[in-house]
Ligand binder design. Structure first.
Ligand code: ADP
Ligand code: MG
Length: 361
C-alpha cells in the first residue's frame, strides 16, 4: 500500500510538472501586429501578448477605439461632437464651457509648456492655422502655374494674431472660457495625448508584456520584449525622408515625438511653407531647425510623457537649437536637433540612446 501511494504521488508530481511546463510554454508572449488609420494618420501596433490571435486582435481594436474616441469626443476642432469644437464655438461667452477631466488636465499641462517656452508652443494658434489652411496641404512641390496657394497677407495675419495668446485662455476648476475670436488647436499634442491614454490601457492588459505603438510617427514603447533586448525606434533623416538618420535604443516605457518641416508643407518655387507656426509672427517658424526629436521617459513624467514629448517637440522646433535644448532639459526630457545644414545637436542625456546610422556617418 505504501509503495502504491509513493508511486501515485510520484505520478501526480510528474503530471503537474509537465502541465506546468506546457502552460508556461503557452504563456510565452507572441508577436502581433496591426496597421490602421485614426486621427487622420496611420496607427501601427506591435504587441507581445500571451494571448490567442482573437483576443490579441480584440486588444488592438480597443486601442483603435480609444484613439477614435479621443478625437471625436475631446480633441478635434473640426468635429461638432468634440469638446474642443464646443469650447471654440463658445468663444466670447463669459460663462465658458464645462469640460471633462481629461481635457482640463491636458490644457493645464499645455499651459505649463506655453509658459516655459515663452509662447513658442501655443495651443491657441487656431485662428492663424486656419488662415494658412494647413489641413489642405499635401507634401508636394508646386510651380506657380500649378497651385493656387497664396500665403496670407500681413494684414490678414495681424488680424488673426489678435486672437492668439494662451495666457488669455481662462481655465478654472470645471470650465474653460476663451475671448472672442480665439480658437484652440491641440494638433501639436493630440498624438501625444493619445500615447498617454494608450499606455494606461496597455498597462491594464495583463496578457501584454510589451509593445510599440506609433500614432503618425509619435511613438510609445512599453514594457519589454521576450528576449529582453531594447526597443529600436528609427529617426527619419529630414533631408531624405525615405532613410533613417539613426536609431534610438530604449528600454522600457518611453514616448518619442518628432516635429519636422517635412511632415506637412507646401513648396512654391523652392520656398517651403511648413505647418509649425511661430506664434509670435503667425508665420512658419524660421529657426533653422529641420527636425527635432524629443524623448520623455514615463518614469520621469508618469502620466504625461506623450503630451510633453509632443508639446516640447513643437516648442523646440520654434525656439531653435540653443533655447530648445534648455527647454527640454527643464522638463527632464532628452532632445535631438537636426539643423538646416544637417548638423546634429543633442542634450547630454540623449547620447546614450542615439545611434547614428551608417549612411549618415
Ligand atoms: P505633427 O502634428 O506633424 O507631429 P506638431 O506636433 O509639431 O507636428 O504639430 C503641428 C500642428 O500643431 C500644426 O498642424 C498646428 O495644428 C499646430 N501648431 C502649429 N504651430 C504650433 C505652435 N507653435 N504651438 C502649438 N501648436 C501649433
Ligand atoms: Mg508636437
Amino acid at each position: 500500500m505504501k509503495k502504491y501511494l509513493q508511486k501515485l504521488i510520484c505520478m501526480i508530481c510528474i503530471i503537474s510538472m509537465v502541465s506546468l511546463l506546457f502552460s508556461s510554454c503557452s504563456r510565452r508572449p507572441i508577436l502581433y501586429q496591426s496597421m490602421d488609420t485614426a486621427m487622420g494618420t496611420i496607427i501601427s501596433q506591435t504587441i507581445y501578448a500571451s494571448a490567442d490571435e482573437k483576443s490579441a486582435q480584440g486588444i488592438m481594436q480597443e486601442m483603435m477605439s480609444c484613439i477614435d474616441e479621443l478625437e471625436q469626443k475631446h480633441l478635434s476642432w473640426r468635429l461638432e461632437t468634440s469638446e474642443i469644437y464646443k469650447v471654440n464655438a463658445n468663444a466670447g461667452e463669459e460663462q465658458g464651457t464645462e469640460i471633462s477631466d481629461l481635457l482640463r488636465d491636458a490644457l493645464s499641462q499645455c499651459l505649463k509648456v506655453y509658459a516655459a517656452s515663452d509662447g513658442a508652443f501655443d495651443f491657441t494658434v487656431g485662428s492663424v492655422g486656419r488662415l494658412w489652411n494647413i489641413d489642405t496641404w499635401a507634401n508636394t512641390s508646386y510651380t506657380d502655374e500649378q497651385i493656387t496657394f497664396v500665403p496670407p497677407t500681413d494684414e490678414e495675419l495681424a488680424a488673426a494674431m489678435e486672437y492668439v495668446g494662451g495666457d488669455r485662455c481662462a481655465l478654472d476648476g470645471e470650465s474653460v472660457a476663451l475671448p472672442e475670436g480665439m480658437q484652440l488647436d491641440l494638433g501639436a499634442v493630440g498624438k501625444g495625448i493619445a500615447l498617454d491614454e494608450l499606455r494606461k490601457l496597455l498597462q491594464q492588459q495583463e496578457e501584454i508584456s510589451g509593445g510599440v505603438i506609433s500614432v503618425g510617427g509619435s511613438i510609445l514603447t512599453c514594457g519589454s520584449k521576450p528576449d529582453g533586448s531594447n526597443w529600436n525606434v528609427g529617426i527619419v533623416n529630414p533631408f531624405d525622408t525615405s532613410t533613417n538618420l539613426g536609431t534610438l535604443s530604449l528600454s522600457g516605457d518611453w514616448c518619442v515625438s518628432t516635429s519636422g518641416d517635412y511632415e506637412r508643407y507646401v513648396e512654391v518655387d523652392g520656398v517651403r511653407f511648413h505647418h509649425i507656426l511661430d506664434p509670435h509672427t503667425g508665420k512658419p517658424a524660421n529657426s533653422n531647425v529641420k527636425s527635432v526629436t524629443i524623448i520623455c521617459s514615463v518614469e520621469n513624467i508618469p502620466n504625461h510623457a506623450g503630451l510633453f514629448s509632443d508639446a516640447l517637440s513643437t516648442a523646440c522646433f520654434v525656439l531653435g537649437v540653443e533655447e530648445g535644448l534648455k527647454l527640454a532639459e527643464e522638463f527632464g526630457a532628452e532632445a535631438l536637433f537636426v539643423d538646416g545644414q544637417g548638423k546634429i545637436f543633442m542634450t547630454d542625456g540623449m547620447e546614450q540612446y542615439f545611434y547614428l546610422s551608417n549612411e549618415a556617418k
